[in-house]
Ligand binder design. Structure first.
Ligand SMILES: [Zn+2]
Length: 328
């Protein structure tokens, strides 16, 4: 059962201490690893910041030990049936922090699923506190939807991500994460433009020779865009829609060949490094739509075969479409 703390305290040391050299010291001595008379809660793990502001999971209860995390409802108590983790909330605004915590939680639930043979997609196996309440096995709390919704994620997304992670672990995937990163002139931000059928283009990362690819060739609202080995499918074909000229460059949208109503989009119209890149319905049809889908193609040279190399830069920020770790 996924919980979130409901307080702006992303540091693990708020809840978990003593300091092990990585957590940092809780200066207020109000962590939960001590005798607090009215603190009737003990989860199995917390996810939040270490002192160096990297995100980590801390186990605080044996996984075969019953926790106290969700009280009960008309059908009993999730304490009897579910492991529990608290995600340490921040102010709910930072997408970079949210995504780091989300991915960490995906990893934890994938590990649990593997350890205990769970099917992450089966009803009732992976739930949040609010879903536990609706199932009658938990108290009436809203976590974690109030936080997830602000970043375009649902519990269904989460369960699918856990299932995907399990599948990846079973068979290491050649797919690599595509995200937004500050323009730095590296090959991780350079694309070889291959003219393809019907005026479409295939875009190949110079750093890893993988292609800009729509996951499962199912463009939709929030579908992951990744780097994937070239397979000549429509998942790797893009239509360049020229929209306007701004400054030096033409502002374009990159539409999925499979369904041109869906275009390359940065999650939440955010500009932080690490913001995920996805497909989303073309905002053109939505008056007042934001600039999350507007890019400028910056020429970066030519291959020996005469193919153009470009970087894909957000039109209103100095941020590039980039593959994590060069795609390796
Ligand atoms: Zn909760």
């Amino acid at each position: 059962m996924l919980h979130s703390t409901g307080a702006n305290n992303p540091e693990l040391r708020r809840y978990v201490n003593p300091d092990d050299g990585r957590l940092g010291k809780n200066l207020y001595n109000n962590h939960w690893n001590m005798d607090v008379p009215d603190l009737r809660v003990c989860v199995h793990a917390f996810i939040g910041y270490l002192a160096d502001r990297s995100v980590a999971t801390y186990q605080v209860l044996p996984f075969d030990h019953r926790g106290w995390h969700c009280a009960s409802g008309r059908n009993g108590s999730g304490n009897d049936t579910h492991l529990s983790v608290e995600l340490c909330e921040d102010g709910l605004v930072s997408n970079t922090y949210f995504e780091a915590v989300y991915q960490e939680a995906v990893g934890l639930f994938a590990m649990w699923s593997k350890l205990y043979g769970w099917d992450p997609l089966a009803p009732g196996v992976i739930i949040d506190h609010a879903e536990g309440y609706r199932r009658g096995i938990a108290s009436n709390h809203g976590d974690v939807g109030h936080w997830f919704a602000r970043h375009g994620r649902t519990m269904d997304d989460f369960r699918r991500a856990v299932a995907r992670e399990l599948a990846h672990q079973a068979e290491p995937s050649p797919g690599r994460e595509v995200w937004l990163w500050g323009v730095n002139g590296t090959y991780a931000q350079d694309f070889i433009v291959h003219p393809d059928k019907d005026g479409s283009y295939a875009l190949e990362f110079v750093s890893c020779n993988k292609m800009l690819d729509v996951e499962y060739n199912q463009p939709g609202d929030g579908t992951t865009v990744q780097a994937w080995p070239r397979n000549n499918t429509d998942a790797q074909r893009w239509l360049i829609k020229e929209k306007a000229t701004r400054g030096l460059g033409k502002v374009v949208r990159l539409a999925s060949y499979t369904d041109p109503d869906y275009v390359l989009d940065v999650a939440g119209n955010r500009h932080e490094p690490g913001t995920r890149v996805q497909t989303w319905r073309d905002y053109e049809s939505y008056p007042g739509g934001n600039h999350a889908q507007e890019f400028v193609l910056i020429p970066r040279g030519w291959t020996p075969e005469g193919l153009q190399i470009v970087s894909i830069i957000l039109a209103d920020a100095n941020m590039a479409v980039d593959v994590r770790s060069g795609g390796h």
